[in-house]
Design a protein around this ligand. Structure first.
Ligand code: S3P
Length: 434
């Protein structure tokens, strides 16, 4: 079957196989954006052709970028100056596309309007609008601080120092991309480290980055040069199979070429704390990013405390970690994760409702949830149109006693278009219909 409007995850015992997940979403967005404004040609290999990254690609093309697809996940970009686009740029479901492009456009002095789907239209944008205005950008959001964003041409920006109240790679990267066109240095500090792909990639495009403790800064005006970027497999996509293999009665799977940037590996560390059997081997560098093979075998899991120090490094994996928690002995509590309420859906509520529908006791807090491990039963779950909620419940069949039926799954294609196929290779039993 193909990814469809609903998925039925039926019980399986055994998961086996050597799997490859598609390219990293965060790396793919950033590579396209930097390539579009760099001088000369760039080559992107293992680019993620998901709806979110394709929204970035279309927006950059609409602003004049010369982007050619020469094979699956293989992109050549001839960089140059972006120009204003009269029509609104529709970024679909992608918060990363909207926040990063807003920074890039403001820094390059390119006017435009950024819109998105219903979910993106609810997401908070003041966190980028305010610091971009402090840099001198002429940018506004709708009255509630949500999209659409309007960016008007302004005098060149000036660098600022900004302390993020909450760790966010999207906000940090927005400001670092704006900094490329600003006078002086822009420094960004955050309370705990978020993913650092932008900082790692900028030097590959000839823009030095300095790091001082937790702060990162970029000097405006660097002459970006084209680069070759190969994206590693997305650990956020691999996470669904890492959890599936951990909770299945009989599993041994290997995921090859997965990105293991330490700002993203919280999911592996939390699962190991829970008792998971995960081995990482063959570490190598792909451009500025570490990648490796990840072998996962079944294990008996126990509940753990996931405190604020873990959250930024596992932010997108917390939904599927709740599935692991549901299969563990004892309770798992996640705190300091209020950001989960501002994602593609309110992921605290979406996970709590779905788990309760499958017979698991869950308590929610403003900033997290407590999941009481037990036996997942079959049940009816609403993904709320959120790709990560859909995929989290789609792997529940690895440990559930009955069918888990998940409604509203079409958005899986925003981050992982081939999910159902890879899941079938692993031995998951997914049925459904478009
Ligand atoms: C992303 C950063 C994260 C993450 C998102 C991708 C990025 O968001 O949830 O899926 O590519 O920078 P925040 O940094 O806002 O938490």
């Amino acid at each position: 079957m193909s990814d469809g409007a609903f998925i039925c995850s039926s019980p399986v015992r055994s998961l086996r196989g050597v799997l490859r997940v598609p390219g990293d979403k965060s790396v793919s967005h950033r590579a396209l954006m930097l390539a579009a404004v760099a001088r000369g040609d760039s080559e992107i290999v293992n680019f993620l052709e998901s709806a979110d990254c394709l929204a970035t690609l279309r927006a950059l093309r609409a602003m004049g970028a010369d982007i050619r697809r020469i094979g699956e996940g293989h992109i050549i970009v001839r960089g140059g100056a972006l120009r204003a686009c009269a029509k609104p740029l529709d970024l679909g479901n992608s918060g990363t596309a909207m926040r990063l492009l807003a920074g890039l456009m403001a820094g390059q002095g390119v006017a435009g309007e950024l819109t998105g789907d219903e979910s993106l239209s609810r997401r908070p944008m003041r966190r980028i609008v305010e610091p971009l205005r402090a840099m001198g950008a002429d940018i506004s959001a709708a009255p509630g601080g949500t999209p659409p964003l309007s960016i008007r041409a302004a005098a060149p920006l000036r660098g600022i120092r900004h302390l993020l109240p909450v760790a966010s790679a999207q906000v940090k990267s927005c400001l670092l991309l704006a900094a490329l066109g600003a006078g002086g240095a822009t420094g960004v500090a955050e309370p705990s480290p978020s993913r650092d792909h932008t900082e790692r990639m900028l030097p590959l495009f000839n823009c030095p980055v300095s790091r001082d403790g937790g702060a990162v800064s970029v000097e405006g005006g660097a002459a970006l040069r084209g680069a070759r970027i190969e994206a590693p497999g997305d650990i956020s996509s691999a996470a669904f199979f890492i959890v599936a293999a951990s909770i299945a009665a009989d599993a041994d799977i290997t995921l090859t070429g997965v990105g293991v940037n330490p700002t993203r590996t919280g999911v592996i560390e939390i699962l190991r704390e829970m008792g998971a059997d995960i081995r990482v081997s063959g570490e190598h560098k792909l451009g500025g990013e570490p990648a490796a093979d990840v072998r996962v075998r079944s294990a008996r899991l126990r509940g753990v405390e996931v405190g604020p120090q873990w959250v930024a490094r596992a932010i997108d994996e917390l939904p599927v970690l709740c599935i692991a928690a549901a299969c563990a002995d004892g309770a798992t509590r996640v705190r300091g994760a209020a950001e989960l309420r501002a994602k593609e859906s309110d992921r605290i509520d979406a996970m709590a409702r779905g788990l309760r529908a499958c017979g698991i006791a869950v308590e929610t807090f403003d900033d997290g949830l407590a999941v009481q491990g037990g036996q997942l039963r079959g049940g009816e779950v609403d993904s709320c149109g959120d790709h990560r909620i859909a995929m989290a419940f789609a792997v529940a069949g690895a440990a559930a006693a009955g069918d888990v039926r998940i409604a509203d799954c079409a958005n899986i294609a925003t981050s992982f278009p081939g999910f159902v196929k890879v899941a079938a290779q692993a031995g998951l039993n997914l049925g459904g219909a478009r």
